[in-house]
Design a protein around this ligand. Sequence first.
Ligand code: NCD
Length: 308
Amino acid sequence: MRRATKIQHVLSARQFKDRGLLAHLFGLADDFKTQGAAAALSGKTMATLFYEPSTRTRLSFEAAMQRLGGHVLSSENMVSSSSASKGESLEDTVRVVGSYADVIVLRHPAVGAAERASAVSSMPIINAGDGSGEHPTQALLDLYTLLRHLGTLEGKTIALAGDLRHGRTVHSLVQLLALYPGVQIVLISTDDIKLPRRYLSGVSGWHEVRRVKDFDHLLDALYVTRLQAERWGKASRSGRLREQYVVNEQWLSCLKQTGVILHPLPRAGELVPAVDADPRAVYFEQAQNGLYVRMALLYWLLLSRAES
Ligand code: NCD
């Protein structure tokens, strides 16, 4: 068991600065992917508290816990089906659920919600998305997928496209990419949805362009995101803006033949189904990797905690 880095709550990608820890987690994920899992977490319980919709994140966390032999307390619609509808505070809910579960996976529309929860929780909180803040476990599975396809990130050019302002997956991923010297990050977005500068601290090589064709080297990876309509309203639904982010032939010709196309999903038109047949499209595998990476994270978090 690797215990060099102590992480009590998983709130932000910036907690994963130790590349040794990342390698350890990804090695565990490889093992779970190829060899399955023993009932390492039998007797442990994970609660999922989701105040926002989810398909992949909640279900892959739940599948991960079940594959490790643990139990799951699932609440997929906290807003209407929990005491939140009676006005209960997040803090009170978390205090109580922590007395039933060994770990809490929380998704909430407010930036900083996971941090607030962690301040009152005796059990680890895992941030499964806090509004337009962060989504650290998505970044872990994104990084795992990139590394397994590209071998290394050093010297690679990774483009992040779409709603970089509100997209929490990008906010977390950029902080992990920054750990790899020599990685070039290309940010593709229009001015109103640019990546907030605070996520770029510590990132050495980055470029910002409005369109993919404005960058004059071939890409090793293209990470596409959805326009987060729910976070910035009507403007994002305008046809003209959406059209600009639809990955077409021109985009695909900017990606090396050995490159990869990722997307955290769900997609909302920016990747048409025809792209699925492109051998560089790995987004469904990426979603499946979420299962193995979350197994690795739960295993590491719960067992290293029990041993300490
Ligand atoms: C993302 C999210 O919820 O932030 N989805 C996910 O967890 N895979 C991306 C999105 O909703 O656009």
